[in-house]
Every structure is written in C-alpha cells, then in structure tokens.
Write a protein that binds this ligand. Sequence first.
Ligand code: NIG
Ligand code: FE
Length: 413
Amino acid sequence: MKLLIHHIGTIVGIDTAHRDRIAGKEMDCLQRLDNAYFLAEDGRITAFGPMEEMPGIVADEVLDAEGGMLFPSFCDSHTHLVYAGSREQEFLDKIHGLSYEEIAKRGGGILNSADRLHEASEEELYCEAIERVHEIMRMGTGLVEIKSGYGLSTEDELKMLRVIRRIRESEPIEVRATFLGAHAVARKYIGRQSDYVNLVCDEMIPAVAQEHLADFVDVFCDRGFFTIEETERIIRKGAQYGLKAKIHANELAVSGGVQLGVREGALSVDHLERMGDEEIVALQGGHTMPTMLPGAAFFLGMSYPPARKMIESGLAVALASDYNPGSSPSGNMRMVMALAATQMRMTPTEALHAATINGAAAMGLSHDFGSITVGKVANCFITKPISSPEFFTYAYATPLIRHTVLRGRIWVG
Ligand code: NIG
Ligand code: FE
C-alpha cells in the first residue's frame, strides 16, 4: 500500500537526526521543508522531499495537499478517556467555590466516576470511549496513552483495560494502556488505605499482567491520595511484571513524586503544577520526561508549571491533554499547545515538539512516532493553506485540519 501526497505547502516537525527527544534550546528550532511531497509505504514514511525531486510513482492513494501544511500527528501521552457519563455537576460545584480536593473528600470526583463505571457494561463503555477516540483522531492525535483508574476493584479495572485493548485493536490510532488502580482509594476501603494498596499490589497487578492488558503502571502520588512509600511499592511491583512507571506528581502539593520517578527510572512524571528548583535539578539527572497538562490547570484554575525554567535548564518537556471527566474534559492537543503558549510562554515550535516527539518519548515510542522521519510510522495531518506554522497554534479554535493520515492511510472519520 503506497500513499503519495503532493503539493504540500510546508512539512513541519521533520527530524533527520533521529533524536529520541528534543531538549532545551533545540526545542525552539523547527526543521521544515517548503513545497514538498511525502511518500508512505505499508504504513511507514519512505520518502519526502522538494516537489521538483518527486519521483514518478504509481501509488494506491494520491492526495493533493493543495498547499496545506503537513504536521506529525500529536502523541498524547496522558489521558483517562475511558469513563462513563460526565461530571458537569462538579463543574458547577467548582464554579460555586469548591476545590477539586474538597469535591474528592466529599466522595465526588474519581469515586463518582468509579460508581458510574461500575454500572456500565464493557460494551457501553466502549461505545462512549470510541466517540472520544474518534474526536481526538479528527483533532490530529495519532498515538494516545489511556489509563484505567475508574474501576478501583480488580474486576472493574480489568473491564476498563479490556475496553482500552478493544480500542487498540479496532482503530488505526496507536494506543498504549496504563494500569492506574492507585488513582483513589475505593469506597469500600476508605479508612483502610494500606489494605487497598495491598489489593493493588497483590491482586490487581498480577491479574492485569496475566491478561497482558497494560504497558505501564501509574499512581496518583499526591496530598490526600497516595504517599511516596505507597507509590514506590506499587511501581516496583509493576516493574516485576514488566510495567514501566508513569507518575501523577506535584499537582496538589510538592510531593517528592518527581524525585521518586527519576530515581525509579519512570518514563514520565506528569502534572507538575507545584515545582521547586530541587525538582528541576532532579530531572536534569535522569531520563524521565516531565509532562505538563495545562488543560487541567486551566480547567481547575490552578497555577501552571514553570515550563520556561525547565526548558532553559536544558530539559526536554512534553505536553499532554489529561482528557478526563473531572479536571480536563477535552483531548484537544491544539488547545493544549495554545495554553502552553499563552500561559507558560512556550513558543508554538516548543509546544509542537512537546506535543509530538517528546510525548512519544514519554511512552518510550519516539523511535517510531512523533516526527516526520523516514522509517517512522506514517502518522500526520494536513491543514488548509496557512500563513505560517505558528498560525496553527495562534488560531487555535479555527477548524484547519483537512486530512488525517494514520499508518500511511487517509483516515475518514
Ligand atoms: O490527572 N489527578 C488525578 N487524576 C486525573 C483526574 C481524574 C478525575 O478527576 O476524574 C488528573 O487530573
Ligand atoms: Fe491524569
């Protein structure tokens, strides 16, 4: 199967150096090619170059980009998009003055979603989730990580992870699954947190591994949720079963979760609204990707992570949507880039690298995804003709995406 795209105004997000992430000052350097063609064969990028060098090719599919811009697909490394129902009542509670933590303490929040998920069948959950998956595909995402964590019992966590597996098998978007049993203490275990941690370690992780349902393990390591010691125990147990760690850290308090993640070789530490200088120093010593979720800071009215400080310290940073019913009910990565630009003073180029190749690195997949590089999976989208790459982030709500290409095929959603 060959796909040829011609008359592309500009290809952006090229990486000819085969970097596994883009860090520091380089985050603001955009490799681009004007007036270009792009060729994919059997799902991989096999060539791209200037129009005048386009070889005579007989392709199965030919697309005229009509001067539009070609971007690598977004790699959204942090979502919770499998859930039942919605939580707009809590949205109103927040407007009337309650905080996210207060809502959680009253038994709302994650436990509210867990109650609904318990009532929903696997089929119902799949049907709801697939709508969200198609929505993010239309908005340019080609690789997504999806977490469990609204089950909070072995049976319901497995139900969620089976839904994620079904999405992975049925859609051309690339999916990775994360087991997040330690998202909150289940209702039945309130007051018995250590028994719940035992359940996560001794029953849930082995059961998840037995069915090969997850790639990663995650813990909500924060004030009022799970401690550093509990987090360490859970991710070490996950490691015994081949699950790489990702950690929800430093959203509500400076928790020590960042240092723990670096020490344990986690793939990423995510949220980072509360960061001190020690956290930045710790990240400089490791390979753990700091991942920021400005959609959550926006929706909950929290302060934003110190992105400039991190980039100026030479770090690579990633951006993800956190798509979930409580703190970020949107998977729109373009909006995430716009928030990064307006609220954290990241340039659109830095934001693009953070939302593509560095997001892929936060899933250990940047060798295959996240840039326009010969040999990588042919995932990209093509816009209407636009005046500059920056316009895409600037005009953040204007529908600009005309075509989505996933695994070297035009996806019609
Ligand atoms: O990343 N912080 C923890 N978990 C999610 C929110 C989940 C929810 O409220 O349903 C987050 O923001
Ligand atoms: Fe999250």
